[in-house]
Design a protein around this ligand. Structure first.
Ligand SMILES: *Cc1c(COP(=O)(O)O)cnc(C)c1O
Length: 360
């Protein structure tokens, strides 16, 4: 068996120990005589898996008691609609900060469910930075302010928590959730698809402050009504059982590794390996404003873009795949989430060094 070094932006590489345990338990989960995929979601075995996963989420993220943790389906793109369906009716309009492709998409989708106001954008800068808080022009009494904490495509991360006072802050954290500790109490709602940092696709994490529940518009599908899902412990409909099980294994792995503080340290070291190299190279460059560089998605360009294909082929020959940048951004992108080992990042850096030496 040969495993590649997978720099995919998502679905992304998972810890090997998680895959091994899942393989061991595939036919018979802990003496139950069943695969997790075959279990009733209301049976004692899955009930145990679900509650363990939920309590690990609460523990690792230090979720305060006045927040509900939901495990839903539809991914972050569905949340772009589900969030306004559930929250926007409080005032009828919401504010969006646009720092790249994902937050732009969020705003465009929300416009179908209420009035949206773009409070700030970095479009003029080519989405290479996070709009400074001082530039956010909020509307009067928005139901919430939405931003994306890590723009997966551009490689732009918000390294501070926006202070929006009494206005609930909503964050799409799909690509940096659990990469570092966060203060949940500063947010009204956080959502994240699992397939970047915390599991496979198919399960969406939503953490929402309890007092924001109960405002869904009448047209909200029941399965996407936060209040209804909270009342039913995320079991109003059949939850994505297998994806939740794998997420639980990933969370156990994070806990064994020392929790989110250790994840943050690890992610700082890994991303610095690439950014330090990029800053000393005249052949490769990163175009993101220094203060806003993503620790999860390191984007870079070759000075001579006609060498892109050769660069990608050379990487693939060394077992390093999925380095091509998103088609909206071009160039290259190395996604180095929690599960990417330091040694793999160093191997990429060494390859880039070698490629530069032979082509510069
Ligand atoms: C991947 C990603 C999405 C899209 O997630 P889906 O699961 O395809 O809905 C949305 N936002 C961000 C920041 C992402 O990284």
């Amino acid at each position: 068996m040969t495993r590649v070094i997978n720099f995919s932006s998502g679905p992304a590489t998972l810890p090997e120990s998680v895959l091994r345990q899942a393989a061991d338990e595939m036919m018979d989960w802990q003496g139950s005589g069943m695969s997790v995929m075959e279990m009733s979601h209301r049976g004692p075995e899955f009930t145990q898996i679900l509650s363990q996963t939920q309590s690990l989420l609460r523990e690792l993220l230090a979720v305060p008691d006045n927040y509900v943790v939901l495990l839903l389906q539809g991914g972050a793109i569905a949340e772009n609609a589900i969030v306004p369906m559930n929250l926007i009716s409080r005032t009828g309009h919401a504010d969006y900060v646009v720092s790249g492709n994902w937050s732009l998409k969020s705003m465009q989708e929300a416009a179908r469910y209420g009035q949206v106001h773009m409070a700030a954008t970095s479009e003029a800068q080519g989405y290479n930075c996070m709009p400074a808080l001082s530039s956010w022009a909020l509307s009067a009494h928005p139901a919430y302010v939405h931003f994306c904490s890590n723009e997966t495509i551009g490689g732009v991360e918000c390294h501070w928590t926006p202070d929006t006072g009494d206005i609930p802050l909503v964050a799409d954290m799909s690509s940096n959730i659990m990469s570092k500790p966060i203060d949940i109490s500063r947010y009204g709602l956080i959502y994240a698809g699992a397939q970047k940092n915390i599991g496979p696709s198919g399960v969406t994490l939503v953490i929402v402050r309890r007092d924001l529940l109960g405002h869904a518009t009448a047209a909200t599908p029941s399965a996407f009504n936060y209040q209804l899902q909270a009342d039913n412990d995320s079991m109003y409909n059949t939850p994505p059982t297998y994806a939740i099980y794998i997420m639980g294994l990933v969370l156990q792995h994070i806990q064994r590794e020392g929790g989110l503080k250790d994840m943050e340290q690890h992610n700082l070291v890994k991303s610095d390996v690439l950014y330090d190299f990029l800053d000393h190279s005249s052949f490769f460059s990163n175009r993101v404003q220094r203060s806003d560089r993503s620790r999860m998605n390191v984007t870079f360009f070759l000075r001579d873009e006609s060498l892109n294909t050769e660069f990608l082929q050379g990487a693939e020959a060394k077992g390093m795949v999925q380095l091509r940048g998103h088609r909206a951004a071009g160039g290259m992108r190395a996604s180095i989430y929690n599960a990417m080992p330091l040694a793999s990042v160093q191997k990429l850096r060494d390859y880039m060094f070698e490629f530069e030496k032979t082509h510069a």
